[in-house]
Design a binder for this molecule. Sequence first.
Ligand SMILES: [Fe+2]
Length: 321
Amino acid sequence: MKIPENITAREIEQEKTGISMTWANDGHKSFYSWGWLQARNDNPQFPSELSLWDASVAQNAPTIDYAVVMRSDNGVKQWTSLIRKWGFCYVDGCPVSGEATQELIERIAFIRHTHYGGFWQFTADLGLKDSAYTNLALGAHTDTTYFSDPAGLQTFHLLSHTDGDGGSSLLVDGFKAAETLHRESPEAYETLCRVKIRGHASGNEKVKFMTDLAYPVLATSETRSGEARLRQVRWNNDDRAALVARDPDEIARFYKAARKWVEILRRPEMEYWEQLKPGRPLIFDNWRVLHGRSAFSANMDDFISRWKTLTFSQEEITNSV
Ligand SMILES: [Fe+2]
């Protein structure tokens, strides 16, 4: 829609407490206080304290009781706050069934349907051409990097594991890894924030995914002070398509940075290994935490909406819009 040309400010006056504008089309006046303008200028991020972690988190992994989450919205508030802070959380005492796991996740939001279905259970099956379905050890990655909007929350719940001694799960805090990269090689960090690559999934006959645009491995957003804050990690080496490079040097810089990034992700002190257990589902933030298996998903927007509405007042939320 074309905005009529007369919808512009005829007069802008700076006052002590704010700005008043007289509109050209009908002469009506609007007043915007400095506080109101400042709040929008800040591009408000709802405060959520982050705890970055490494392998030592095994001694004190964030956990909540199933009964607490199921009993009240206050329980969901505690749960979503733990996920925001740590990027993951276990739920103890969950009945060992697909139905109970589904009900649990739906305390936050509906389960996102993908080409795998919505809530899905799997066993090692080489008929499906995705490494997630096999027993191959998978390197730390985030899921669905081939979607323009990758899955937000992911859940693992081991329902039965009777054969063999596998099933241990790997988590790596991508924000901690990025912080380490920034400290040890600012140039590599900056390269992964800048160079854009596409993700693709092309192994199955009936699904061929490719992101609409190319995205950087480390996506940042700008804070009020102009500082770039990390908001999303996208990393799956097996789903990586061509990168967008302006010149050959850029390609060389990217691979050098990617090598350093992977070297950090693979450090034993970064890798948190845990044996999954029936009755103890694991929920994690797929925009921050890398994992070594596959899982099912909820949208990031729905998770953040649930956390926000349980944690902040309606007024605080409205005032941030
Ligand atoms: Fe995965």
